[in-house]
Write a protein that binds this ligand. Structure first.
Ligand SMILES: C[S@@+](CC[C@H](N)C(=O)[O-])C[C@H]1O[C@@H](n2cnc3c(N)ncnc32)[C@H](O)[C@@H]1O
Length: 244
């Protein structure tokens, strides 16, 4: 049973996640960069580097939020198209402003939708990316299976997600920061205390490392790389859809 943002309050995890992101959307970018000391930018750049060698790929960025990864891809890669899909209209409204600011409206198409039930035909994309999104899915396997379905054979999935550092002293420092300091700061600035308690709680219970690779395999994908970021605070997972 995965953690829900507002615990026993009314609504499924999906409904609560949508409500939470609609609520914190105006403060999301500020808090994201503040609480991660901007390391998240470096991690997204590394995702972009993995896509750069591809020629005119069709890209789908799931749980695109305020669009940072889709925009980073649009600026550095020459894609045919990038679809940015998110379940929160509040997050997408901010993404739309940023897309215009970067003059990427001809490359990036934003769409409200659920990663667990995607509005695309099978074999539509060369690459599917998700940054800090999969942990929020109500049904992880449904989301991963949808990614596999919309990918072309040989296509690539790249997931960037928080993970748990394993070695001393990072393990201890991370727990202290993540479970004490971050919820306090996040709650204060966003005025949504639960949202920033949900963040560490959802990370601590989410499968990472080999366990996440096992989930990719269950969805019919072949993990090819597991790349730990900054002492294992986050991990970039790369998997391919089999050719046949
Ligand atoms: C932590 S934010 C990440 C946003 C962005 N990818 C980034 O790197 O900043 C998670 C996003 O996942 C979205 N989300 C959660 N569940 C979703 C689902 N089932 N389908 C689509 N988006 C979803 C939320 O609305 C939110 O915008």
């Amino acid at each position: 049973m995965s953690v829900k943002p507002y615990g026993n309050q009314i609504g499924s995890k999906k409904e609560q996640v949508t409500q939470m992101f609609n609520r914190i959307a105006p403060k999301y970018d500020l808090l994201n960069h503040l609480l991660s000391f901007r390391i998240d930018k470096l991690w997204r750049r590394r995702v972009v580097k993995l896509i750069k060698p591809l020629r005119m790929p069709d890209v789908l960025d799931l749980a695109t939020g305020t669009g940072d990864l889709a925009i980073a891809i649009g600026r550095k890669v020459k894609p045919n198209v990038i679809y940015g899909v998110d379940i929160s209209s509040g997050m997408l409204a901010l993404a739309a402003k940023k897309v215009l600011k970067h003059q990427l409206q001809h490359k990036i198409v934003l769409k409200e939708g659920d990663s667990e039930n995607l509005p695309f035909e099978k074999h539509s994309f060369d690459v599917v990316t998700v940054a800090f999104g999969v942990r929020n899915f109500e049904n992880l396997q449904a989301g991963l299976s949808e990614m596999a379905r919309v990918l072309r054979p040989g296509g690539m999935v790249i997931v960037l997600e928080f993970s748990k550092p394993l070695s001393f002293p990072m393990k201890q420092l991370y727990r202290l920061y993540f479970t004490r300091i971050l919820p306090w700061w996040g709650g204060l600035i966003s005025r949504d205390k639960e949202a920033y308690s949900y963040l560490p709680a959802s990370v601590l219970q989410f499968p990472d490392g080999k366990d996440f690779d096992d989930e990719l395999v269950k969805a019919g994908l072949n993990p090819v790389r597991r790349w730990k970021q900054t002492f294992g605070i986050a991990t970039i997972y790369v998997a391919l859809k089999p050719e046949q």
